[in-house]
Design a protein around this ligand. Structure first.
Ligand SMILES: [Fe+2]
Length: 217
């Protein structure tokens, strides 16, 4: 039997925040991404744990400041920053991620508690599949009983908290779903078990495009 995580039902305005029609120039930003010619390749194109492909410097400093002003307002945080481990690993803050239907599926996880407290995603596919937003999950035991959804320090991630290398999708039950909608921002506490609900699209401009952010606070 796996350790049972603590459970806290994700609540809008306390654990996650959503704002529609967020960026004043979302179309321009989406086009900027589709026009990129530098891409880092993830699974299944390269031996990486993350799916699809990504490219850095998604938003300009001014656009990023606009996002961070909103994040501070929602969370009450006075200061936001990026963290790195002593070994030099960090998160792909302010990246575009472009992931197609065949690239991956939901992979429930938590983001490193050593590297971030809040994570955020802006959905930027103009005509997305609404069911491929972001979901929060809780543990489901083999006997069907439900467990928790929080990774607490000193554990940095679920592998540490649950003392496993990985967990099959059936070890999780979807709890709360936020739909994918063009120019919607979702902000959430990064130690809640979460994942992209799914991916869609086969052609470059039809895939699930997001800008992703991670902050310590
Ligand atoms: Fe994540």
């Amino acid at each position: 039997m796996l350790p049972i995580l603590p459970y806290r039902k994700p609540q809008l305005g306390r654990d996650y925040w959503v704002q529609d029609d967020f960026l004043p120039n979302a179309n321009e930003i989406a086009q900027r991404c589709f026009d990129q010619d530098y891409w880092e390749l993830g699974a299944p194109y390269a031996n990486e744990p993350w799916p699809g492909k990504r490219t850095p410097n998604a938003l300009t400093p001014a656009e990023l400041e606009y996002v961070e002003t909103w994040v501070k307002k929602m969370t009450g945080a006075k200061r936001l920053w990026q963290e790195a481990t002593p070994e030099g690993s960090s998160l792909n803050h302010n990246y575009f991620q472009l992931v197609g239907m065949p690239d991956s599926g939901a992979r429930p996880h938590t983001d490193s508690t050593k590297l971030c407290r809040y994570a955020s995603v802006i959905y930027l596919t103009p005509d997305p599949d609404p069911e491929c937003g972001t979901s929060f999950y809780r543990q489901r035991q083999p006997n069907g009983s439900l467990g928790g959804n929080l990774c607490m320090p000193p554990h940095a991630n679920l592998r540490e908290a649950l003392k496993v290398k990985g967990l099959p999708p059936e070890a999780w039950q979807e709890d709360v779903r936020v739909d994918n909608k063009f120019n919607r921002i979702l902000l959430y506490k990064a130690n809640l078990v979460h994942s992209a609900t799914g991916y869609f699209g086969f052609d470059h401009q039809d895939k699930r495009l997001t800008a992703v952010f991670f902050w310590m606070a």
